[in-house]
Ligand binder design. Structure first.
Ligand code: ASP
Length: 438
């Protein structure tokens, strides 16, 4: 029998009704032996996440203000879940202790981690699974970086001897024993670490969407779901803004070759998205996997006759950027031209200075600035070695009269990036989507 590690996000555990769905999912498959809960999330769009309430509680205490009211809200949420589930679990001593710890100056990480901790206690009682506190198995270096080797060892030793366990997500401990959390959304990382530690066959990530869609539904109505995607494709799409998973959660399982299955707690029979190894054979030649894009880029286009013969020209441009602490996204070049594509968030107020320094050091014939650019990545392992893909893509943009300002194809041939004006962004995404999907 295989092992599945199942992580449930905050919306999957927001109230008793959601807990009941989770129980049904777990009990429908005996391979789901290790379960990672997040803290209760929002029940409605204007609801508050328990983690946010814990941070607020901590901040109030630090400011010397009472956190009674906020803490009451937290307690009420948990007690209501227990009551509605009809569980025989007394959480009041735990709540009392946590409140005291926060009142006596416990850290923000400790306060925030209690959301997962308490949810873990409830879920373990509901499923009749062991409860394993991550302070015992998720180890951080004093610097706050995860101690992967030690964690791997602790996880496999602690979990080998158990058939089933609930391990709260989001936190672990420093060598001093103090609680340390991952960055926000970090329960995904805990799930991936546990999956690797127990040598799982599958890491299931249960959320409130049925996996990834081929394009942003706010731009393309009813885009098709992505049933299978490789880690590398996902990385390209995530970088361009499509996100369901915490980025750091990919590495532990990718290294171990464990697939991730994104599933929907509210529609458990939907196929979801399976994230697989990069070596997965290509069975979908000519088909794209997804489209994602980002706005707010500026292009600095530099032209100089015989630039390609001038030794060190590229280095001079890049050293100007480095000196100004600006990283670039793309660097498409022609015979006598080179363009630097930079995210506006990087550029801040530095554009004028950078242009002046490039002028001084590179003596170009001209420099043009194109603000308001958007980048769109069309990604798919099925595109590699398939003739006609770019023809279709550019044909579709041409038909829509969209001017392509920049083209960049990754060396892996699994993506084509085009730069268009921000005003054309949505139209361009739709045109590309419809060129490949009917
Ligand atoms: N509860 C934490 C947060 O809100 C971690 C998580 O949900 O993954 O960020």
């Amino acid at each position: 029998m295989g092992i599945k590690v199942a992580k449930f996000g905050g919306s999957s555990l927001a109230d008793a009704e959601q807990f009941t769905k989770v129980k049904k999912i777990i009990e429908s498959d005996p391979e789901r032996r290790f379960v990672i809960p997040s803290a209760p999330g929002k029940r409605t769009p204007d609801d508050q996440k328990i983690t946010d309430l814990f941070y607020l509680c901590h901040a109030r205490v630090q400011q010397g203000v009472s956190c009674n009211e906020v803490f009451q809200k937290i307690s009420d949420r948990y007690l209501e879940i227990i009551k509605d589930l009809g569980l025989n679990l007394d959480l009041t001593p735990y709540l009392r202790e946590i409140k005291e710890e926060i009142a006596h100056g416990a850290s923000a990480d400790y306060a925030a981690s209690r959301g997962e901790y308490l949810n873990g206690l409830i879920l373990a009682a509901l499923l009749n699974y062991d409860f394993v506190d991550p302070v015992e198995i998720i180890a951080f270096h004093p610097s706050g970086v995860l101690n992967s080797e030690l964690t791997q060892e602790l996880v496999s030793t602690a979990l080998q001897k158990r058939r089933t366990a609930v391990i709260p997500g989001f936190y672990g401990a420093l060598p001093t024993g103090e609680v340390k959390t991952f960055s926000r959304g970090g329960s995904d990382i805990t799930g991936a670490i546990i999956a690797r530690g127990v040598g799982a066959d599958l890491y299931e990530n249960w959320t409130d969407v049925s996996g990834f869609l081929m394009a942003d539904p706010r731009i393309v109505p009813n885009p098709k779901p992505i049933e299978k995607i490789t880690y590398r494709e996902l990385r390209e799409l995530a970088y361009m803004g499509a996100s369901v998973l915490h980025e750091e959660s990919i590495f532990p399982v990718r290294q171990a070759g464990i697939p991730i299955h994104i599933k929907n707690t509210n529609a458990p029979h939907d196929p979801g998205t399976l994230i697989v190894n990069d070596t997965e054979p290509i069975t979908n030649a000519g088909v794209i996997t997804g489209i994602a894009g980002r706005k707010d880029f500026t292009v600095i286009a530099i032209e100089k006759t015989l630039m390609h013969q001038e030794l060190g020209f590229g280095r001079k441009i890049l050293s100007v950027l480095e000196r100004n602490q600006v990283s670039f996204e793309h660097l498409p070049s022609g015979i006598d031209t080179i363009s630097v594509v930079i995210a506006d968030s990087e550029l801040n107020q530095k554009l004028e200075r950078i242009v002046a320094e490039i002028e001084r050091e590179c003596q170009p014939d001209c420099i043009e600035i194109h603000p308001d650019m958007a980048l769109i990545a069309t990604v798919g392992r099925g595109m590699a070695y398939t003739p006609g893909i770019s023809g279709r893509l550019f044909g579709a943009l041409g038909k829509e009269m969209i001017n392509v300002r920049m083209i960049d194809q990754g060396s892996s041939e699994i993506n084509i990036i085009v730069g268009v004006e921000t005003a054309d962004f949505e139209r361009a995404v739709r045109a590309i989507y419809h060129a490949f999907v009917d």
